[in-house]
Design a protein around this ligand. Structure first.
Ligand SMILES: Nc1ncnc2c1ncn2[C@@H]1O[C@H](COP(=O)(O)OP(=O)(O)O)[C@@H](O)[C@H]1O
Ligand SMILES: [Mg+2]
Length: 284
């Protein structure tokens, strides 16, 4: 695991987080005491079915939803209720990539403009911004002439690369990735996951990697947390969670994700569901 061994303070420390949404006269508890840590250079996966609270956790970290109780620390500072200027300062270190690269890129601007904007807004000069943008395009393996073109001229996978470049351009320390490959076909998905892995190696950035697909987090994450109905039911190293989970919910999630070897999948299904072999003996 690529955590910083010399530094005991995690980059992100979410402790006992509660988020209530108002629904008319009642409230709905979307997060019920969730704790998660992410070290420098670490990728922590957040899996769970739709509605389990994954995006709510991402939004709380990004300041996009109000926190009811609990604490979020980033690089040692309490950011639980950071707003206004404090929140804007955080944008240099804390970025996001969403599922939908169509909605998140302004169609009226060139890619060069889209990528330079976070820099120029923060006071970087034009020449320096241009240089940084060219570097970022290189990072995400897009050709240099991408800067003069518009988002609509690119495929879904290329657009997601542009969204990743925009998230990276201020050299953040953590990127919240909310289902960043879920809208892509399988081949493109694999290429974009490889890109996330390469970028992490090259830059040392940390990821909170949200996905409903355990197969996706298995490929990229160091550790995995499993969400179920607003609670984190299991956290552990990738291999443990994705191959030998303790919690019955994680097992069901794992059975729902495809594996390359059908015989292994069948065996896993039998043993986890407590089924017996044809001879009546329990599966070892
Ligand atoms: N703004 C909101 N107002 C009310 N309920 C919400 C809001 N956003 C999400 N929810 C509810 O909170 C729960 C968790 O949602 P979400 O965090 O989006 O789950 P996930 O990302 O795991 O699919 C769901 O039941 C959802 O309907
Ligand atoms: Mg979601």
């Amino acid at each position: 695991m690529k955590t910083d061994a010399n530094n005991d303070t995690p980059l992100l420390d979410v402790a006992d987080l509660v988020v209530d949404y108002r629904r008319g006269r009642t409230t709905f508890r979307a997060l019920n005491g969730v704790s998660v840590t992410i070290g420098a250079g670490e990728c922590v996966g957040l899996v769970g079915e739709s509605g389990s609270g994954k995006s709510t956790l991402g939004k709380a970290i990004l300041g996009l939803t109000e926190v009811t109780s609990g604490r979020i620390s980033f690089a040692g500072s309490d950011i639980t209720h950071a707003k206004g200027a404090a929140r804007r300062r955080l944008a240099a270190d804390l970025q996001v990539v969403f599922q939908d690269p169509y909605g998140s890129l302004d169609p009226t601007l060139t890619v060069g403009h889209i990528l330079a904007e976070p820099l120029t807004a923060a006071g970087t000069g034009r020449a320096e911004a241009r240089k940084a943008v060219a570097e970022m395009l290189d990072h995400v393996r897009l050709p240099a002439d991408t800067v003069t073109r518009y988002p609509s001229e690119f495929s879904g996978g290329q657009r997601q690369r542009i969204a990743i470049a925009r998230a990276l351009v201020r050299r953040p320390r953590l990127i919240v990735c909310d289902e960043p490959v879920s809208a892509l076909d399988l081949t493109t998905q694999a290429a974009v996951i490889d890109l996330f892995i390469d970028i992490q190696r090259e830059t040392g950035v940390s990821y909170l990697f949200v996905s409903h697909d355990l197969g996706v987090v298995r490929r990229i994450c160091h550790r995995v947390s499993v969400m179920y109905q607003g609670e984190c039911v299991e956290t552990g190293p990738n291999e443990t969670i994705t191959r030998n989970p303790a919690h019955s919910y994680t097992r069901r999630l794992l059975l729902a994700s495809p594996v390359a070897d059908p015989a292994r999948q069948a065996e896993r299904r039998r043993s986890w569901l407590g089924l017996r072999t044809a001879t009546g003996s329990p599966v070892p």
